[in-house]
Design a protein. Sequence first.
Length: 158
Amino acid sequence: MSEFTHYNEEGRPKMVDISAKTPTSRTAIARSTITLSEELYQAIQNNSLKKGDPLQAAQIAGVMGAKKTPDLIPMCHPIPLTGVDFSFEYQTEEDGYLLQIEASATCDGSTGVEMEALTAVTAAALTFYDMCKAVDKGMEIKNTHLVKKTGGKSDFTR
């Protein structure tokens, strides 16, 4: 089992030792898309959702999600996040609307922030769904993925 980084010589799970890695500035951007109906889109634009502004709640939940990533992902290191931010963009489709949520996370550390960005965007999408489900239970959360990461041994752009 030694070829797997998250298992020890006896085949049991372990957290990888990152103490020898040089701390660098690291960033990650993740994206998720939610489909929504015309009715829901109009309710959001008219500020008529009973629960309030779903984007504000989603952003707060996303930041909290990023901060809780090592509590949710078993082998994820707790890292000193230096920033988490979001952008939200509505797009028109033939049969409704899309909301594209993008989360960015930054840190100065010895391991990346990809999981924090992905957790942030997922928590934001789930919270948006929760805030809007009374109007549109048919929403779909889809295409959650890493868009870009910088720092460490390699950079990545989708």
